[in-house]
Design a protein around this ligand. Structure first.
Ligand SMILES: NC(=O)c1ccc[n+]([C@@H]2O[C@H](COP(=O)([O-])OP(=O)(O)OC[C@H]3O[C@@H](n4cnc5c(N)ncnc54)[C@H](O)[C@@H]3O)[C@@H](O)[C@H]2O)c1
Length: 257
């Protein structure tokens, strides 16, 4: 299938690691020019900007710098996010300061990116955005309640944006990964493991395999590349009639039936 994105300019936030890095690679394979935004300059072979997405002035400057370098951006993939790093149940275990930092990054980071990309794409009447949420955003996950709540906010705000921007031909969708081996996923295990008595602790692999085996119909982890395939499809002209949707790439973990 020809995705027809050769020569398009794309921004990938959180592109230095995990799922974002896989999206950078696949967009490049498909012929797009990519700018990777992350806290540190990426070592990938692409345009790269160091930016904290929680800071609106940095996001505005990154957009200007990217468009000056690449030209008009018509694809945005927003993957940057954090977990609280705390054991999530009961939710009162989580210090209030962790809630506010997480919401600054996971919710306001999305809002900041939306405020630069939305008007620019809307004025040019061309663009596609994909926000990476999570299955945790749909099920009230006890593992990390602030993370779960922030990911629900991502889904909801992406729907608001999709409605706002549809008249100008800009599409907005959300992809929800299930379980993917990345530093963020590992940090969730670490917070859990730190609370367990030494003799009951599982390794990261054992913890993940047990969770996947118990909860996921297809019975396996997802890879960063599994997520990237759906993301890049949604960015492409092949998905031109898809907007405002929440697509789970999770081995069937979340099913509405
Ligand atoms: N790994 C999973 O199992 C899983 C499951 C569901 C959803 N997700 C989502 O997928 C997305 C990517 O996560 P990942 O698992 O690849 O994690 P990751 O930790 O590998 O990558 C996240 C990237 O975001 C960057 N980042 C964090 N805070 C930032 C900030 N303030 N400004 C700029 N960049 C920042 C990090 O530096 C990192 O490179 C996230 O939105 C996450 O919520 C992951």
């Amino acid at each position: 299938m020809n995705l027809d994105i050769t020569g398009r300019n794309a921004v990938v936030t959180g592109g230095a690691s995990g799922i974002g890095a896989a999206v950078v690679r696949l967009l490049q394979e498909e012929g797009a020019k990519v700018s990777c935004w992350d806290l540190v300059v990426s070592d990938q072979a692409c345009h790269s900007v160091a930016v904290d997405i929680a800071q609106l002035d940095q996001v505005e400057a990154a957009w200007q710098e990217t468009e000056a370098h690449l030209g008009p951006v018509s694809i945005l993939v927003h993957a940057a996010a954090i977990g609280s790093g705390h054991f999530g149940f009961p939710y009162t275990n989580i210090p209030m300061s962790a809630w506010s930092r997480l919401f600054d990054v996971n919710v306001m980071g999305m809002v900041n990116v939306a405020h630069v990309a939305g008007p620019a794409m809307s004025n040019r009447r061309q663009g596609a955005m994909v926000f990476i949420s999570s299955v945790a955003g749909q099920i009230g996950s006890q593992t990390d309640p602030p993370y779960s709540a922030s990911k629900a906010a991502n889904i909801n705000f992406a729907q608001c944006m999709a409605k706002d921007l549809a008249a100008s031909g800009v599409r907005v969708n959300t992809v929800c990964p299930g379980m993917v081996r990345t530093p963020l996923n590992r940090s969730v295990w670490q917070a859990w493991a730190d609370q367990q008595p030494q003799e009951q602790r599982l390794t990261y692999e054992q913890w993940g395999d047990e969770k996947v085996g118990r909860m996921v119909p297809l019975g396996r982890w997802q890879s960063p590349e599994d997520i990237a395939s759906t993301v890049v499809f949604l960015c492409s002209e092949r998905a031109s009639e898809i907007t405002g949707q929440t697509i789970n790439v999770d081995g069937g973990f979340v099913m509405h039936w």
